[in-house]
Design a protein around this ligand. Structure first.
Ligand code: HEC
Ligand code: HEC
Ligand code: HEC
Ligand code: HEC
Length: 337
């Protein structure tokens, strides 16, 4: 009872009312500040420029720290001297028929711009000589040129024109990084998206032989066991995730083995393409063999034994960011002559 009486005490009421007012005022102020901060953030976000798309690319911007680096300034100074002396290049093996100035434009936009590196990543510029052959990355880059050419001329060109006629360039895989293309997860899975890196090795896409791809057909296969079905679903989930689509993008969801959705056929071509990257017989015209090239034969060796995946190019888009528009690649590595 005493406590009840005390609550009727007018002095306590005043204190209570004061506290209530304090709480209310604090709430209003807190709410007001929250709204103000939210408004400021919204204004800042609203004023942000949408990412620029560099001409020639699907949804890719070459801008990066390399452009404002001292090395790039030094390379540009060296180039200014070099082009005066050699308006025609001294030592190109693949990009034949281009002037030094044309090569410069291509190097800035599609080599440095694709890997996010300055020219010295591949050129030893101690003597200011762009024809120097002593940087090992210059040789890796030549094998990459040949590999890109093979992909465009023999695989991507199998897709019908209705897909868009895009091509693969250096940025399609590199996306602004020279190594660790998934942004840092090294090791065997490094061309898999970081969130799929914990996928157990046995559920990575198997790319050794044609039988591995046929193994994806599980319907009506009486030999298919739980592993086969699980394996199928890991690969399908990887495709969903990599292209940012659902199963019905490729399948008649009422009957998965049927082939009336064209995208399933497109995906099959792509599966064979990454199998070719992993384990393909490289035609001699696409195999770079120079005594200074030390990675050994085959595309997997060129890619530092990092296993290819769908995500390596697609990055959650139907058309990979960094794919090239019609006519943007030099004809030597494009399927559009
Ligand atoms: C990823 C590696 C790589 C990067 C980065 C790179 N280059 Fe090159 N560059 C090459 C390769 C490989 C060749 C030879 C191409 C061939 O044999 O067809 C070459 C050739 C050249 C040539 C012709 C040299 C000659 O006379 O034979 C010039 C000029 C050149 N690059 C300038 C640049 C400039 C400027 C940059 C920076 C904006 C740059 N490169 C960035 C790999 C690279
Ligand atoms: C099919 C995908 C793919 C394409 C297309 C591609 N690359 Fe690569 N490249 C790779 C992978 C994967 C690696 C190995 C990355 C690693 O070591 O983590 C690599 C490595 C390299 C390296 C060695 C980098 C280093 O510092 O070790 C160079 C140089 C290079 N690529 C240049 C190019 C150039 C130039 C092009 C375009 C003509 C190109 N690449 C196109 C996938 C590709
Ligand atoms: C990017 C296209 C693509 C996506 C997305 C995709 N699939 Fe597939 N699916 C394929 C291809 C290609 C095959 C293999 C066809 C072959 O080997 O003949 C296949 C095979 C299958 C099979 C085996 C069919 C058979 O012949 O026995 C099943 C079941 C299946 N997918 C289910 C799914 C499910 C469920 C999803 C969504 C989680 C999905 N797929 C997403 C392309 C896709
Ligand atoms: C070397 C880069 C690269 C890799 C790796 C790659 N793709 Fe692609 N993909 C492309 C390019 C470039 C296009 C657009 C080609 C065109 O316009 O003809 C494309 C288009 C496609 C399309 C056509 C989309 C449509 O609208 O029909 C499908 C489906 C596809 N890829 C599936 C895959 C699958 C599945 C994988 C993994 C097995 C894969 N891709 C791996 C570069 C790649």
């Amino acid at each position: 009872m005493t406590s009840r009486q005390r609550s009727f005490d007018p002095r306590t009421n005043k204190v209570a009312a004061g506290r209530l007012a304090f709480v209310l005022v604090s709430l209003v102020l807190a709410g007001g500040s929250f709204l103000l901060i939210a408004w400021i953030v919204w204004q800042l976000l609203g004023q942000q420029e949408p990412p620029q798309i560099t001409t020639g690319y699907v949804n890719y911007n070459i801008a990066g720290e390399w452009q404002s680096s001292d090395s790039f300034a030094q390379a540009n100074a060296a180039y200014a001297e070099y082009v005066k002396q050699y308006p025609e290049p001294q030592n190109v093996q693949i990009l034949t028929g281009m002037s030094t100035a044309q090569i410069y434009g291509y190097m800035v936009n599609q080599f440095s711009g694709a890997l996010g590196v300055s020219c010295q990543h591949c050129h030893n510029l101690a003597q200011g000589n762009f024809a120097d052959e002593s940087n090992p990355n210059k040789h890796v880059a030549r094998q990459m040129l040949l590999m890109t050419s093979d992909l465009n001329k023999n695989w991507i060109n199998q897709l019908p024109a209705s897909v868009g006629g895009y091509q693969a360039g250096c940025a399609t895989c590199h996306n602004g990084l020279p190594v660790n293309l998934n942004g840092g997860n090294s090791g065997e899975l490094s061309n898999y998206p970081a969130d799929q890196a914990p996928v157990p090795d046995k559920f990575q896409i198997k790319l050794d032989s044609a039988a591995d791809i046929e193994m994806l057909q599980v319907t009506g296969n009486l030999d298919a066991d739980l592993f086969d079905v699980q394996y199928n679903q890991y690969v399908m989930t990887h495709m969903n995730y990599s292209l940012g689509v659902g199963c019905a993008f490729c399948h008649n969801a009422a009957y998965f083995p049927s082939n009336e959705v064209p995208q399933k056929g497109h995906a099959l071509i792509m599966l064979k393409m990454i199998q070719h990257l992993y384990n393909g017989q490289v035609d001699p015209q696409f195999q770079y063999s120079d005594p200074n090239y030390t990675r050994g034969p085959g595309y997997l060796a060129a890619m530092n034994n990092k296993v290819p995946s769908c995500w390596m190019c697609h990055r959650e888009a139907q058309i990979p960011p960094g794919a090239m528009l019609d006519g943007a690649l030099p004809p030597q590595i494009s399927s559009q002559q």
